[in-house]
Design a protein around this ligand. Structure first.
Ligand code: SF4
Length: 348
C-alpha cells in the first residue's frame, strides 16, 4: 500500500515565538501526494488559514499586472478564480501593480484575518519544483513537504486520469516526473528516441542550447527559440532551408524545418543522455516489470496496438486478439530460432 511521508522542517503549531508568524507556510508535494488531505486537516486548526492552490507565489501572471495595473485583482480572479473560491472580495483601497510577493502576501493575510488565524499561507502541488524560488521570495517562509513513493504517485496520476480531465491532460506525467526529479528522485522511465517522417534528420541531430535558448541545425544554422506562454517553444529555420543542400534529408515543409522544444526539454535531454549509459540500461532491464516489455512489443508495429483500425468494441477486441496472437507467434519463432542455433552449435 502506498504511503506518504511528511517532513516538517520546523515546528509550526505550538511553538511560542513571534518570529514563526512572520512568513507564510507552504504545504507542498508532487501531485497525488496527499497535500489536499493534509491541508484539510491543518485548516481545521483555529490558528491556521491556508489557501487552496492560489498559485500566486510562483505563477503570478505579471503580464496581467503590467497591462492592467489597477485591474490585477479581477485579472487574477479570471485567471484561476482564487478570489471567488476563497470568498475574498475586492477592497476599496486595493494597491496598484503589486509584485507577486505583495499580491500573494496580501491575499494570504487577508484570508487569515477573516478567520483570525495567525498562520497564513497556501497549499499547492505546483510549488513542488520551485521551493528555492519561493524561499527567496518569502524569506520568512516555512515549508511542509509531503513525500510519496514516486511509483505510487505515477500510478495514482494514471488512475485519476480515468475520471479527471486535469490528470488526463497531455504532459501531466512528465510534469509529475519533473517534480519528482527536482525533489531528488531518480526516475527510471525510458524516454522515447525522437523520430522524424521519411527517415529525415531527427531532433537529436540538432544542438539545443537551453542556456542561450538557441538551436543549431546539422548545416550549422543557428536560430533563436521562440517561447510560448506555457514555456514550450519552437525554432523555425524558415527561408534558410530553401538554399540548404541538406534540405532533402531534413524537411519537406515549404516554410522550412521547425524544431519543437518541450516545456520539459532539459529533462528529456538529460534522460536521453543518461539512458545511453550501460549502467542505466542494465538497471532498466533488471528492474522493469516484464509486462511493460510485452506492452511495448504490442505497440511497436502499426497494427492496432496504439490506435484501433476498426470501429466497435467487438471488432476492436478481435483485432487486438489477432495482434496478441501475432506477437506470440513472433516470440515462439524466436525461441525456435534460438534452440535451432543452440542445437547446431552443440552438434558442431
Ligand atoms: S534544411 Fe534547414 S534546418 Fe535542415 S539542415 Fe538545412 S538549413 Fe538546417
Amino acid at each position: 500500500m502506498a504511503t506518504a511521508q511528511v517532513r516538517v522542517h520546523r515546528a509550526v503549531i505550538g511553538e511560542d515565538s513571534a518570529a514563526k508568524y512572520a512568513g507564510p507556510l507552504f504545504v507542498v508535494g508532487a501531485f497525488r501526494s496527499g497535500t489536499s488531505f493534509f491541508f484539510s486537516l491543518l485548516n481545521k486548526h483555529s490558528d491556521v488559514a491556508l489557501l487552496y492552490e492560489a498559485d500566486l507565489g510562483c505563477f503570478y501572471p505579471e503580464w496581467f499586472a503590467r497591462r492592467l495595473k489597477s485591474d490585477w485583482f479581477e485579472r487574477i480572479e479570471f485567471w484561476n478564480g482564487c478570489m471567488g473560491r476563497h470568498g475574498v472580495s475586492r477592497p476599496a483601497d486595493l494597491s496598484r501593480n503589486p509584485t507577486s510577493e505583495d499580491a500573494a502576501l496580501w491575499l494570504y493575510k487577508h484570508y487569515a484575518a477573516r478567520k483570525e488565524a495567525r498562520i497564513f499561507g497556501e497549499k499547492s502541488p505546483s510549488y513542488a519544483d520551485c521551493l528555492e524560488e519561493l524561499a527567496k521570495k518569502f524569506p520568512g517562509a516555512r515549508f511542509i513537504v509531503l513525500w510519496r513513493d514516486p511509483l505510487s504517485v505515477c500510478e495514482s496520476v494514471c488512475r485519476a486520469g480515468e475520471t479527471s480531465r486535469f490528470f488526463r491532460k497531455s504532459g501531466m506525467v512528465s510534469r509529475v516526473l519533473a517534480h519528482l526529479e527536482k525533489a531528488g528522485a531518480v526516475v527510471a522511465v525510458k524516454v522515447q528516441a525522437p523520430n522524424a517522417p521519411g527517415g529525415r534528420f531527427t531532433k537529436d541531430k540538432f544542438q539545443i542550447d537551453l542556456e542561450k535558448d538557441t538551436v543549431t541545425c546539422p548545416a550549422g544554422r543557428l536560430v533563436q527559440i521562440r517561447r510560448r506562454e506555457d514555456g514550450s517553444g519552437a525554432a523555425m529555420f524558415g527561408i534558410a532551408c530553401r538554399s540548404c543542400p541538406m534540405a532533402s534529408s531534413c524537411t519537406g515543409a515549404k516554410d522550412g524545418r521547425r524544431v519543437h522544444v518541450h516545456v520539459q526539454e532539459r529533462l528529456l535531454l538529460e534522460a536521453r543522455m543518461r539512458q545511453r549509459s550501460p549502467e542505466w540500461r542494465a538497471n532498466y532491464k533488471a528492474t522493469r516489470p516484464k509486462v511493460e516489455r510485452k506492452l511495448a512489443h504490442l505497440m511497436r508495429r502499426r497494427h492496432g496496438g496504439r490506435r484501433s483500425r476498426v470501429r466497435g468494441t467487438t471488432r476492436i477486441g478481435q483485432d487486438f486478439m489477432m495482434l496478441c496472437a501475432a506477437a506470440n507467434l513472433h516470440r515462439l519463432a524466436q525461441f525456435e530460432l534460438r534452440s535451432a542455433a543452440a542445437s547446431a552449435a552443440a552438434a558442431s
